[in-house]
Design a protein around this ligand. Structure first.
Ligand SMILES: Cc1cc2nc3c(=O)[nH]c(=O)nc-3n(C[C@H](O)[C@H](O)[C@H](O)COP(=O)(O)O)c2cc1C
Length: 372
């Protein structure tokens, strides 16, 4: 019997060498845990169990949550950070655990821009901006305007601030390498800083970072180039996009397709994760099973002459659904969020459901006797 597409290895290309072979096409999407204890950006026991259980769950690759490149880049005071060496060292055992179980480890590096300094997205917390007196900080973004209603206005980044952001992405990538990560994913989605620059809904700048699509993409390209310059050439680099704002006049699929091609062909990006939305409360998002798969399919088709790997995400919840997405060529991999939180062993179960032989089930050895 031929292996199901979901459990066929996939290779993320890199500028040098054979690229990164990932044992199967079920990835875990980055998910903020808001579980840092001391606002120091350091992983805690929660992160060890969270990422550890996912690493033991049969997935091909696990992506660590949006991790702040600077203290002010964090979405909330309880986010992970990668702006100092203690943080890099603390990630090393998390990565080593994944590797010990055959799982690739990626980390999403992000800057929340005008959506920084918000309350943790956990039950019992208020929503909106955390004031400086309560552990928050003044935010910097694409413009002075609040990104969403209820958020404090940001200060528009000037050139020195932009240069600092670009350098901080690169410095965080160096630390991700020191921690042993296989892949860096740059967060350009969900209304955070890089998406704020990409979208005409939020980017009203009149300097070289505003104007047409090329100018609005300048910051992301500068970040990609700075990261690629320090990120080892044998390691893949990814970008997560909000492929569309789902709003007329916003950032859209055509713009993402064009920019993705540029990033893949000229800037050493080889993995695109096709998310959407997050920039405006006025978006009309057709939420339902696999609702963003069509966005991945557009990217996949447009980049079929390149080495890019495209992953689909969004309400992909069961094995046969994932298998159909891959077998019909709509994406090269699937990223799972909430389904993986509900069942960290989703991928082992999917292997069983799709008829993968017990000996090939990607479950860790101590769980061998769960096979049947
Ligand atoms: C608890 C939680 C935290 C999330 N944090 C992040 C994040 O850090 N970075 C990101 O790009 N998306 C984040 N997301 C979005 C997910 O990665 C994913 O794109 C989204 O949940 C849709 O996929 P799903 O339907 O499989 O959950 C988060 C989602 C959840 C549920």
């Amino acid at each position: 019997m031929t292996a199901p597409a979901l459990f066929t290895p996939v290779t993320l290309a890199a500028p040098e060498g054979p690229g990164l072979r990932v044992r199967n096409r079920a990835f875990v999407a980055p998910m903020c845990q808001y579980s840092v204890d001391a606002a120091d950006g350091l992983p805690t026991a929660w992160h060890r169990q969270h990422l550890g259980s996912l690493a033991a769950g049969g997935f091909g690759m696990v992506v660590t949550e949006a991790t702040g490149i600077t203290p002010t880049a964090r979405i909330s005071p309880r986010d992970l950070g990668l702006w100092n060496d203690d943080q890099a060292q603390a990630h090393a055992p998390l990565v080593a655990f994944a590797h010990a179980h055959g799982v690739r480890a990626a980390i999403q590096l992000g800057h929340a821009g005008g959506k920084a300094s918000t309350y943790p997205g956990l039950p019992g917390f208020a929503s909106g901006t955390v004031p400086p007196g309560e552990g928050g900080w003044p935010t910097e973004g694409v413009s002075d305007a609040p990104v969403l209603p209820g958020l404090a206005p940001a200060r528009a980044l000037d050139q020195a601030g932009i240069d600092h952001v670009v350098a901080a992405f690169a410095a965080a990538a160096v630390r991700a390498d020191q921690a042993g990560y296989d892949v860096v994913q740059i967060h350009a989605a969900h209304g955070y800083l890089l998406h704020q620059f990409l979208s005409p809904l939020t980017n009203t700048r009149t300097d070289r970072y505003g104007g047409g699509n090329a100018e609005r993409a300048r910051l992301l390209i500068e970040v990609v180039d700075a990261v690629r310059a320090v990120w080892p050439a044998h390691k893949p680099l990814g970008v997560r996009f909000s492929v569309t704002d789902w709003v007329p006049g916003g950032w859209d699929t055509d713009a993402t397709v064009e920019l993705s091609r540029t990033l893949v062909v000229k800037h050493g990006v080889s993995w695109l994760d096709a998310s959407s939305g997050g920039l405006t409360s006025g978006a009309d998002i057709p939420v339902g099973p696999g609702y963003q798969v069509g966005l991945a399919a557009r990217l996949r088709a447009a980049l079929s002459d390149t080495t890019a790997t495209v992953s689909a995400v969004g309400l992909i919840v069961d094995a046969q659904q994932a298998e159909t997405i891959l077998a019909t060529g709509q994406a090269d991999a699937v990223s799972l969020g909430r389904a993986a939180l509900r069942n960290p062993h989703w991928a082992s179960g999917a292997a069983h459901d799709l008829g993968v032989a017990r000996a090939q089930n990607p479950q860790p050895a101590p769980y061998w006797r769960s096979g049947w």
